[in-house]
Design a protein around this ligand. Sequence first.
Ligand SMILES: *Cc1c(COP(=O)(O)O)cnc(C)c1O
Length: 387
Amino acid sequence: MDAKILKEKDRKYIANTYARFDLAIESCNGGVLYAEGKEYIDFGSGIAVSSFGTSDNEWVNAVSEQAQKLSHASNLYFTEPAVKLAELLCTKTNLKKIFFSNSGAEANECAIKTARKYSFDKYGYGRNEIITLQNSFHGRTMATLSATGQDSFHNIFNPFLEGFRYATANDLDMLKNLISEKTCAVMIEIIQGEGGINVLDKSFVKNAAKICAEKDLLLIIDEVQTGNGRTGTLYAYMQYGVNPDILTTAKGLGGGLPIGATLFGEKTAETLSRGTHGSTFGANPICCAAAYSIISRLNNKFLGEVKARGNYLKEALLKIDGVESVSGLGLMLGVSIDKNAKEIANECLLRGLLVLTAKDKLRLLPALNISYEDLDKGIKILSEVLK
Ligand SMILES: *Cc1c(COP(=O)(O)O)cnc(C)c1O
């Protein structure tokens, strides 16, 4: 379809909920995207989704083999791809059990339900509050919007879910003050992604984990964006010396197919019992095979290379005129610039580089295996645009 007609029809037939970049993407090849007759270097990975680049060979093979073998069975039966993926993730994280869903919001929804049920089972009614952080982002469903600590998300759709309190990131005293006999859990992102690539302090996370353990509050870590190798470790919490009671992830897990996962530690492994949660599409065999092809490649050697690429990119960015600072870990970087980030992202697009924004920063989330050649090309375009 001609790009102009495609965009017209999109506006006509698709609900107008996104401020789209003016680009119709058609296909891809080895880290490069093709759109409207031009090539693009991709520093966004479809928002941290295409972990090994878009349609990478190993992923395509895993997905097509599974599609031919068994596309769907439902959770009324046992299927091998789900079991293999669950075993792999539990072994690598030392968490005990998994619930599979289809997105980050659903993974968090499941975490919220689990926290409330854990507390109800043990302490009865009334202990149901979850403390999240200001400037967090946990999803677009009613419960996860309620968990999201940004006022701009708390209008229009009233009434929201009760039982969320919001602490300032890295403010341990405020967190302590918000904890009461009603609290059942603390929910954090290790790096606030949508909130502007704000990396939490190690001491804050460690102390929060300690307080949670003392008071039997569940520590929920939302790694929907930071997870699956993005920060240079399998999950970002692994760099913080803490262990979540509940871990959620999605985005890069399926490498381009929709899958979310909620992982349970020792305390919460048996909390969700028969009939208390479910999903028709959850644990879909093709999505699980896709995720297996991603997670099984994230060994220590590869993760070391993610860190190396991240450091290389960060250092190159800091040398660019107009770059004030760079935040983030691994290949999840926020770039503070002296210009309007949205405008710069649009300028980059015109010159063949896709970048994202988060609040007033540029947000870079390239494929975990991006070549140094493509990194250099992207850095060059960005430095020309910032000039
Ligand atoms: C993207 C994101 C979500 C929501 O994920 P969806 O798959 O869009 O529902 C939740 N939490 C964090 C940290 C995210 O980055």
